[in-house]
Write a protein that binds this ligand. Structure first.
Ligand code: KG4
Ligand code: ZN
Length: 331
């Protein structure tokens, strides 16, 4: 079965074509660079840019797959959560394609899409799993009881982890998004140079705003010259602290719930320091750790199509009157 995935929940215009929910025939991601000059996503500019790019991106996804519109058998689209204007562009486009081609429309939750980036990468693994979604908008620790059934254990009380990377990137005057830039800069620094506080919040929740503020206060004490010298150490120390928070809580949950496998996903899952640390710590305790292919960690439509395929198999087809929901979750 040939399914088209469409993703426009934030600042990536993405389309992908999958065969039978697992074979990626094409995966096109257009990242809007218009936001870098503002240091963050400007919602109105994002939706306008989606409108400009949705047709070329979908066309390229078909061309790359060597298919035409008439080959499509279903369309999966991100319907929630995200920026309302951005979601509306993808959803309206998907509805019109579904109507004109007379093929089913499947509404996908973006967070569930991130979970499916792991199912797509590791088709052999099965729930129960612990899940950690770390992106620019979410930091959620959950139990994946089965495909389609999730139980939230905890989430961030303030900034999402990726958001903290981006904000610290801004403080260090790095380009947007800060996550990959911090990772690069951290390679030149000492992760133990500055003991930023790990912070403590209850149970399985997270908090990153205290860490971000510690970086701000640390920077305020430095002269311009010291700042330049310390930048790489700050990046490395911040990254290590953020990773420690994520790994510690995840391991604690795996022990408590006796779940031996964890699937980490979302944009921050592309971070090599996070990957290494998870593999190292989990190995000591006999846990298995899974990450998606790096290319499908950050927002993409392949994960949306994979998730949509499972919904389709369960008969979960959306009506053409389905609405975009900016805050809906899967728990
Ligand atoms: O999943 P995603 O593409 O979008 C959301 O759903 O939010 O995640 C984007 C976030 C951004 O905050 C970005 O800085 C972060 O993921 N990110 C990274 C890395 N690559 C992307 N953070 C740390 N290290 C990376 N290599
Ligand atoms: Zn995302």
């Amino acid at each position: 079965m040939i399914i088209l995935g469409i993703e426009t929940s934030c600042d990536e215009t993405a389309a992908a074509v999958l065969r039978d929910g697992k074979e990626i025939l094409s995966n096109v991601v257009y990242s809007q660079d218009i936001h870098s000059q503002y240091g963050g996503v400007v919602p109105e500019l994002a939706s306008r840019d989606h409108i400009k790019n949705i047709i070329p991106v979908v066309r390229k996804s078909l061309d790359d797959a060597d298919l035409s519109l008439s080959d499509l058998e279903a369309i999966a689209v991100t319907q929630s959560p995200g920026l309302i204007g951005s979601l509306l562009v993808g959803l309206s486009f998907a509805k019109s394609l579904s109507f004109s081609l007379d093929i089913p429309l499947i509404a996908v939750n973006h967070l569930e899409g991130h979970i499916y980036a792991n199912f797509l990468t590791h088709p052999e693994f099965n729930p129960p799993l612990l899940g950690l979604i770390v992106s620019g908008g979410h930091t959620d620790l959950l139990i994946i009881e089965e495909r389609g059934k999730y139980q939230l254990l905890g989430s961030t009380l303030d900034d999402a982890c990726g958001e903290a990377f981006d904000k610290v990137g801004n403080l260090l005057e790095l380009s947007y998004p800060g996550g990959p830039e911090i990772e690069k800069l951290a390679l030149k620094g000492n992760p133990n140079a500055i003991p930023f506080p790990v912070g403590s919040v209850k149970e399985y929740d997270f908090s990153f705003s205290g860490l971000k503020t510690s970086v701000l206060y640390y920077l305020r004490k430095l002269t311009e010259e010291e700042k330049e010298k310390q930048k790489a150490n700050i990046a490395a120390s911040f990254q290590k602290t953020a990773v420690t928070m994520l790994v510690k809580k995840s391991i604690k949950a795996m022990r408590e719930f006796k779940i031996m496998k964890i699937a980490v996903s979302g944009g921050v899952a592309a971070n090599e320091c996070l990957r290494e640390r998870f593999f190292r710590e989990a190995k000591k305790e006999g846990f298995e750790v899974y990450f998606p292919h790096k290319i499908i960690c950050t927002d993409n439509a392949a994960m949306i199509a994979a998730c949509g395929y499972d919904h389709y198999k369960r008969g979960d087809i959306a009506s053409l009157s389905v609405k975009a929901e900016p805050t809906e979750t899967i728990y």
